[in-house]
Design a protein around this ligand. Structure first.
Ligand code: CMP
Length: 137
């Protein structure tokens, strides 16, 4: 059983896609084990995306991620990390396969609706960034 962290980003929440994202995960046999809606501060977003601190898009990404509420969830299932990434599609919607969330709904590489952990190591960091053990069911 694998665990991963997914986020419906501010653009996804604004576009009313919370249910759509969860539905796609559940339809592929994944289980939502923890979930909440929060509004990150810029500092909170910077901490979450700390691995990208040297990237040119860090400031803009963390501003975007703190501009409105997000829905964070821990999702689990067999191969959850790669299945969530398949359901999301490539980071840049221009490269995302048809039928993926980003191909269907994302505006551009930054405003790409959803996030999903890219490895077991980042999943562990990201899950513990948002959830205490008491919030995971
Ligand atoms: P995410 O999967 O959340 O991981 C890091 C995020 O940074 C990514 O989705 C995009 O929202 C954003 N991102 C990645 N590459 C770029 C880029 N070249 N320009 C702007 N934003 C980017």
């Amino acid at each position: 059983m694998e665990k991963t962290l997914s986020i419906v980003k501010p653009d996804g929440v604004k576009k009313n896609l919370i249910g759509e994202v969860i539905k796609r995960f559940e339809q592929q046999g994944l289980r939502v084990a923890a979930l909440k809606m929060i509004h990150l501060t810029e500092e909170g977003a910077k901490g979450f995306y700390i691995v990208h601190r040297q990237r040119p898009f860090y400031e803009s990404l963390t501003r975007f991620m703190s501009e409105g509420p997000i829905v964070v969830m821990m999702v689990e299932g067999e191969k959850a990390i790669s299945i969530v990434r398949e359901i999301m599609g490539a980071t840049n919607p221009k490269d995302a396969a048809p039928g993926t969330i980003r191909a269907d709904f994302a505006a551009d590489i930054e405003h790409n609706i959803v996030h999903g952990s890219d490895s077991q190591e980042s999943a562990e960091f990201e899950i513990s960034y948002f959830f205490s053990s008491l919030e995971i069911h």
